[in-house]
Ligand binder design. Structure first.
Ligand SMILES: NC(=O)c1ccc[n+]([C@@H]2O[C@H](COP(=O)([O-])OP(=O)(O)OC[C@H]3O[C@@H](n4cnc5c(N)ncnc54)[C@H](O)[C@@H]3O)[C@@H](O)[C@H]2O)c1
Length: 249
């Protein structure tokens, strides 16, 4: 029996990287249906097709998490298609190049806050409303940048600290409704978001990774699916590093 047998799920940012790996693992671990939501519809459709080919019901949907109406429609689609929403993993995010704090542009700041923080708030709001009658589990993909400062990344760090704070508060507010809300704080994970930075040496594995290697998206997905499952039944309001020891360094 899989870890999330019979549960229904949606994953934002499900077309790529950590979201894609999480979506595929939810399906392998017995999910009864998975909605793959992403700005990149073609990518989401490819992931949904891979899941359907394995015999698990799946659907793809184009969603911009900045737009609350689209997020509301995403949650409604998951509920109407699969009957209810048990699990949601919020991975959609961006990490644009920054600058020293006093030189950050408004565009850079706005991109980080509108997608990484306000977009996630939209998702949590409508996911919790769908879950509060029967319970559920939400996993927010924050970042190590939600736990510590990172040079030249002021907007990203502010947004991800906001994600950790929103996670803790939503967890408390909805604990008695059976909705668990947790955050994962990945260190350097090899995905399309980081591949160029690693290749150019800007993201230095020797400096960032005590284990001497970056993480794989599948290693974050394992924790996300565990948090979705009943095996994590007493875990809520946590912000868990998945970073090969980086934050302990
Ligand atoms: N890769 C890392 O090292 C790392 C480390 C810590 C945290 N994270 C976080 O993990 C999450 C996933 O990142 P990833 O590394 O898999 O990156 P990725 O670029 O592979 O995937 C991000 C996905 O989010 C989607 N997306 C972007 N903006 C969106 C929007 N407005 N609405 C809907 N979808 C949108 C993209 O289309 C893409 O499919 C992000 O929140 C990121 O900040 C990544």
């Amino acid at each position: 029996m899989g870890m999330v047998s019979g549960k229904t799920a949606l994953v934002t940012g499900g077309a790529s990287g950590i979201g894609k790996a999480t979506t595929l693992l939810l399906a392998r671990e017995g999910a009864a249906g998975v909605l793959v939501a992403d700005l990149n519809l073609a990518g989401a459709q490819a992931v949904a097709a891979e899941i359907e080919a394995s015999g698990v019901p799946a659907a793809a949907m184009a969603v911009d998490v900045r737009d609350q109406d689209q997020v509301r429609a995403m949650v409604a689609e998951a509920v109407s298609r699969f009957g209810r929403l048990d699990c949601a993993v919020n991975c959609a995010g961006v990490a644009p190049a920054g600058a020293p704090f006093a030189d950050l542009t408004d565009e850079y700041w706005e991109a980080n806050i509108s997608i990484n923080l306000t977009g996630l708030r939209h998702c949590m709001t409508h996911e919790i409303r769908a879950m509060r009658a029967s319970g559920g589990s939400i996993v927010n993909i924050a970042s190590g940048a939600g736990l510590e400062g990172v040079e030249l990344r002021g907007g990203y760090v502010a947004a991800k600290h906001g994600v950790v704070g929103a996670t803790k508060t939503a967890a408390i507010d909805h604990a008695r409704e059976g909705v668990r809300v947790n955050a994962l704080c990945p260190g350097l994970i090899l995905t399309p978001m980081t591949e160029a930075g690693v290749a150019s040496g800007r993201l230095n594995i020797e400096e960032l990774c005590p284990m001497g290697r970056a993480g794989r998206p599948e290693e974050v997905a394992e924790a996300a699916v565990w948090l979705c499952s009943e095996r994590a039944s007493f875990v809520t309001g946590a912000a868990i590093p998945i970073d090969g020891g980086h934050i302990a360094w």
